[in-house]
Design a protein around this ligand. Structure first.
Ligand SMILES: O=C(O)c1cc(=O)[nH]c(=O)n1[C@@H]1O[C@H](COP(=O)(O)O)[C@@H](O)[C@H]1O
Length: 238
C-alpha cells in the first residue's frame, strides 16, 4: 500500500478502460474504480482488472446508516479488492459497521481489504466548508478531527489532501494510511480540485499513496505520462 501511485480509472465503460490500459499490457498497476465506472459495469469490471493482476481501490465512498453500510460492505468484500472507502461524516458507528461488514464478507483465509474514510473532499475549500457545512473550525482541524474519529472506529486510514498528511501522521500515527488525491504537476490544470499539491510535495509530506486521474488518463500518451509521474512520485526511473 505504501508508496503507491493509484490511477483513477474515471471512465464511462469497460471499453474505454481497455483502450486506456492497452499500452500498459504486462504491467501490474494499482487502479481505482469509482462510481462512474462501477455503476455502469458492476462487479465484472473488478473481476477483469483482477485477472490482469492489478491491485484495486474500489472507491464508492459509502455514507448511509450503519446497518446499510454493514450489509453493503459485506457484499463488496466478496470482490476481494485491496482498498475500499466510506465518508467519515457518516460517523464512528457507521465506520465501525463498515469494518464489521468487510470482516464478515471477506473471502475465507484472505485478509480483509484496507478500509479508509474520506475526511473533507479535496474539491472542498475552507471557505466553502465554513459556508456550506457550517463548520466553524479550520479545514485542517476538521480533517484532523475526522482522522481521529476514523482511527477510533478502527479503520486503516483516511483520504485527505497532501497538505494535511503530515499533521495526521503526527496526531494519529505514522502507520495510519494517508491516501491523497488532488495531486497535480505544476503544468497541469487544477480543474474542480481545491486542495492540490505536486507529487514531490506529497512525497516529502510522507503521504502513503497518491491518486492520479485526469493528468494520466486524459494525456495524449498515458504510458509516458505514467512513467513521468512515477519518477516524480518516487524519485526513480521505473
Ligand atoms: O476518494 C477519492 O478517491 C477522492 C476523494 C477526494 O477527496 N478527492 C478526490 O478527487 N477523490 C477521487 O480522486 C480522483 C482524482 O482525480 P483527478 O482530479 O482527475 O486526478 C477522482 O477519481 C476522485 O473521485
Amino acid at each position: 500500500m505504501n508508496n503507491s501511485l493509484i490511477i483513477a480509472l474515471d471512465f464511462a465503460n469497460a471499453a474505454e478502460v481497455d483502450q486506456f490500459l492497452q499500452p500498459f499490457a504486462g504491467k501490474e498497476l494499482f487502479v481505482k474504480v469509482g462510481m462512474e465506472l462501477f455503476y455502469q459495469e458492476g462487479p465484472s469490471i473488478i473481476h477483469r482488472l483482477k485477472e490482469s493482476g492489478h491491485r484495486i481501490f474500489l472507491d464508492l465512498k459509502l455514507h448511509d446508516i450503519p446497518n446499510t453500510v454493514y450489509s453493503a460492505m459485506k457484499g463488496l468484500a466478496r470482490m476481494n479488492c485491496d482498498l475500499v472507502n466510506v465518508h467519515a461524516a457518516g460517523g464512528k458507528e457507521m465506520m465501525a459497521a463498515a469494518l464489521e461488514g468487510l470482516e464478515a464478507g471477506s473471502v475465507s483465509g484472505k485478509k480483509r481489504p484496507y478500509c479508509i474514510a474520506v475526511t473533507q473532499l479535496t474539491s472542498t475549500s475552507e471557505e466553502q466548508m465554513r459556508r456550506e457545512q457550517l463548520i466553524g473550525v479550520s479545514l485542517e482541524e476538521s480533517v484532523l478531527h475526522y482522522a481521529s474519529l476514523t482511527k477510533e472506529a478502527g479503520l486503516d486510514g483516511v483520504v485527505c489532501s497532501a497538505w494535511e498528511a503530515a499533521s495526521i501522521r503526527e496526531k494519529v500515527g505514522a502507520d495510519f494510511l494517508t491516501v491523497c488525491p488532488g495531486i497535480r504537476l505544476s503544468s497541469d490544470s487544477v480543474g474542480d480540485q481545491k486542495r492540490v499539491a505536486t507529487p514531490e510535495f506529497a512525497r516529502q509530506a510522507g503521504v502513503s499513496a497518491i491518486v492520479v486521474g485526469r493528468s494520466i488518463t486524459r494525456s495524449a500518451d498515458p504510458l509516458k505520462s505514467y512513467e513521468h509521474w512515477m519518477e516524480a512520485w518516487k524519485g526513480v526511473h521505473q
